[in-house]
Design a protein around this ligand. Structure first.
Ligand code: ARG
Length: 562
């Protein structure tokens, strides 16, 4: 229900259009003042009257209706109060109608012909899947679901880091130190070990570097042995990543990474040349920017080798051509701010007006509180797998303490541990640096995923205990109280919150919303007896469904018991 529209159309002030009222209406700072408030300062000059007088004129023009109960003047504002009964009825009817699994609301179906590309996770081959990937993966994965819910066509892209001279080194290391059998068993850990060992040995035997260069050249030339080994590295890495993707519930529609663009780079360089955008600097080819807005963007090294940026240019052009995206999001840490500024600016200089639709969704750095314990064991990185394992183990400990007779303890612990980790990663504004703490993430009473899951399980348990099969608004009487009204207010905001989460690429809005809904519900539950009351049971069901669907947008699962 669009209450702003209803209010805008029920008031009058000279020839002011209702759209103008619409854009000014906002919730008042103090919720006790009503649900919507209209500041009148803007009209003071236009009508040569004080804002207070304008507010009174608007109030007098107000036509009471079934949705809005009253208008009240407070200094230069008009505050409107909803008709609680109607509002509660409308909200619960709407949410109830959505059922258990929300599909895209009708108002968003117009998005169906728009495509959003999301480049996320984008791991590097033969490098560990570390904790830094927690946000790159969950933020992107969550945006994927958010845009889907809003009706868009979404293409998830894992822009693999599968190109570079390091693969020459890895082949040398592979041939010197190990074999396929060991690699199969040792996986990505072994790949890392031999890479480190290569560097140690190459210090003593510099010719190893020449050897590595030759192997890389062979990869470039498509030598079958080189490619075979390289593909093995790729498979091992992706097998390892897939396990994590499964645990986090993220999926991709494309794994076209850096190497995919090998045969598309010349075209980019030629186009830049034709458009006279390339210049030479110390033997390398670069694009320079007016007034040195950014440092030059390196396109081709003096030995002819392409760069990360060259590949991103090719990738953007390819994505536009292939998917004709309306937006292309790059979910990548803020360390790469400059890189994306340069790439987007080069695309603009090439005459692509759609470059404005390429958006770097930057996020902060991740560290682990008390992370030293990890770093000694694994070198300098903290593996994401270890973080999830630990969170799950701690969740199991908590279950054993709080609810030892729970069935499916292991399974539930997985859902709680992973959910807590994801929620913790997505809860704060993405640009903030994050210090991950198991204690904070798994706190049952804090603003955590566990708290949200627990509230959901509480709803499930209430519903399962109720023998009352009818869930209906047969009598609204028992719903007419402040706590219920408050729950309904939060419930009614869901779609708008999801929309603004997409608008700002901030799943954190949804995370905070779920906390608000949980606490509004718990305040209601402390005060009001639910069992045997069909209307209140319906409210519980609505809360449960919104919590569940909101969690789904954050890649979280919602157990019924925990
Ligand atoms: N593989 C890169 C890294 O780990 C991230 C790639 C992001 N995507 C892109 N199109 N550049 O730093």
């Amino acid at each position: 229900m669009d209450y702003k529209k209803i209010i805008s159309e029920s008031i009058k002030l000279g020839s002011v259009k209702s759209e103008e009222f619409y854009s000014l209406l906002a919730p008042p700072k103090d919720a006790s003042m009503g649900e919507w408030c209209l500041p009148c300062f803007k009209f003071a000059g236009q009508f040569q009257k004080t804002p207070g007088l304008i507010a009174s004129m608007i109030k007098d023009s107000f036509r009471k209706n079934e949705y809005i109960a009253s208008a009240e003047v407070v200094s230069g504002y008009v505050n409107f109060r909803l008709n609680q009964k109607q509002f509660i009825f409308d909200t619960l009817a709407y949410v109830h109608h959505k059922g258990e699994k929300f599909s895209t609301p009708a108002k968003f179906t117009k998005n169906a012909d728009k495509t959003i590309c999301i480049d996320y996770s984008s791991v590097n081959i033969a490098k560990p899947f570390h904790m830094g990937h927690l946000i790159a993966t969950t933020l992107g994965g969550s945006l994927y679901r958010i845009y889907k819910y809003l009706g868009y066509k979404v293409i998830g892209i894992n822009h693999l880091g599968d190109w570079g001279t390091q693969f020459g080194k890895l082949i040398v290391a592979f041939k010197r130190y190990t074999n396929y059998d060991e690699l199969r068993k040792g996986g990505i850990d072994l790949l890392n070990q031999i890479y480190v060992r290569f560097h140690e040995d190459a210090e003593k035997t510099p010719s190893m570097n020449d050897e590595a260069r030759e192997w890389f050249k062979k990869i470039e030339e498509g030598n079958s042995e080189a490619l075979e080994i390289f593909e093995k590295f790729k498979k091992i890495t992706l097998d390892e990543c897939s396990k994590i993707y499964d645990r986090l519930g993220v999926t991709f529609d494309s794994y076209d990474g850096e190497s995919f663009y090998n045969d598309k780079l010349d075209a980019v360089v030629n186009e830049l040349k034709e458009k006279r955008l390339l210049s030479t600097s110390e033997g390398a080819e670069v694009v320079q920017f007016e007034n040195d807005k950014y440092p030059p963007c390196l396109i081709r090294k003096s030995d002819g080798a392409s760069l990360y940026a060259t590949r991103d240019l090719a990738a953007a052009l390819y994505r536009k051509k292939t998917y004709n995206f309306d937006k292309c999001l790059y979910v990548v840490a803020y360390q790469q701010n400059l890189h994306f500024q340069q790439v987007f600016e080069v695309l603009t200089k090439m005459g692509n007006e759609w470059a404005k639709d390429c958006i770097h969704v930057a996020f902060g750095m991740v560290s682990l509180k008390g992370g030293e314990a990890f770093s000694t064991r694994k070198g300098n990185v903290i593996l994401l797998k270890d973080v999830l394992d630990t969170a799950e183990k701690k969740a199991l400990d908590a279950i054993n303490e709080k609810n030892p007779t729970l069935e499916n303890k292991e399974e539930t612990a997985k859902i709680i541990g992973t959910g807590a980790s994801i929620f913790f990663a997505l809860r704060a504004s993405r640009i903030k640096d994050l210090e991950f703490s198991y204690e904070a993430a798994l706190n049952f009473d804090g603003e955590t995923g566990v708290y949200v899951q627990y509230t959901h399980a509480r709803c499930a348990s209430i519903l399962s205990k109720s023998s009352h099969a009818r869930f209906q608004l047969d009598s609204l009487k028992t719903l007419l109280n402040d706590e219920t009204f408050n729950v309904c207010k939060v419930l009614s905001e869901y779609d708008e919150i999801v929309q603004s989460a997409a608008h700002k690429n901030e799943p954190s809005f949804i995370a905070r919303y779920l906390i608000d809904l949980s606490s509004a519900f718990n305040q209601f539950y402390i005060k009001h007896k639910v069992s045997g009351d069909p209307s209140r049971l319906l409210l519980v069901r609505c809360v449960k469904n919104v919590l569940k669907n909101g969690m789904e947008l954050l890649l979280m699962q919602a157990p019924d018991k925990m």
